[in-house]
Ligand binder design. Sequence first.
Ligand code: SF4
Length: 385
Amino acid sequence: MEELERTFDRLSGVLEDLSFATVREWKEDHPGGKAVAYFPVYAPVEIIHAAGMLPVGLAGAGDRLDIQHADSRFGSFICSIVKTTMEMGMTGHLQPFDGFLFSTICDSARNLCFVLKRNSPSMYVDFLHLPHNPASSASLDFLEDEYRRLMGELERLGGTRITEEALRSSIDLFNHQRGLIRRLYQMRAEKPPKLRAWESYLLTRAGNFLPVETHIATLESALDLLAERPGRRHDSIRVVVEGSFCEQPPLEVIRMLEAAGCDIVEDDFALGQRWFEGGVSTDGDPVRALAKSYVDHAVYSSVRHDFRKPRWEGLAEKIRGTGAEAVIMLIAKFCEPAYFDYVLFKKKIEEMGIPHLLLEFEEKLFTFDRLRTEVETFVESLVFD
Ligand code: SF4
């Protein structure tokens, strides 16, 4: 199992690395190749890949960058990743990237896109308009048009035409990658002692940084090794963690939740890596197929409003499907979409008689004593109930 430990160490290094060595290596191996960053939660990575580019999911700088410039660009009540992403832009950390793609997730992300654009005149910065109401009959055509507009921009940036064949083959690759992540989550829900949530978080989120081909190889090897892993049983409660779909909690917070007695059987960490419920179709027009998957087969999320499948029902299904005994709402400070949805989720889980705990985090969180005490008290109240 030493190989697994080495994999987790390596991936932890990839996630921490603000010099983006993996992106620089990819560019050395692909002379003239472009790297395009995207802000959470979701981006059509298949289109970026089919343009011959490296898609890289950036969710702030964690606790590794002091804010010196970004504060003067934003008000005080803004989540941390907006500020640390801006700080990266203003301190040369985004130098390996040729483009940055944002989308319709919240007002803060929208403002970040245009403030970054104004401050980075030499970088291609774009805003992707994802449909607000997938139930509308106009959404599919609207999104297909928007994807075609993006393709035109990427073709201009990279000088390569995006063919149907290339897009189909990229869809195939990302379908395979998401299928492996689904297997990882299934294994964890069935046998949490075999695979801890912090380990599956590293394996999943690494897909934001690594080329998809490398990520697939990493996942396949890890799944083979995990199948042989015995996994020690321990007394814990089965918990769904919800609310960290955009800004990511420090890894230590996930480890702390597990050490305090939670088996995290489901979560919404790095949600873009699991965005579709199944594979995107490779039949017919691939741009249309990608748009259709977004409109009809995306997972529920606080940044996507599909009134045909209410989000609180999605959470209820998660709870029932995993046999969870409790929910931890783990929300980034000042994250409006997550706090608005907390009201709806709370109502649903109370109806179901499922206990929950609300915790707030920031990227820069150095002491966890207060959080640990809250979680331990919550777990004990359930274990000794
Ligand atoms: S963490 Fe929340 S508020 Fe901040 S950019 Fe993401 S969705 Fe918007």
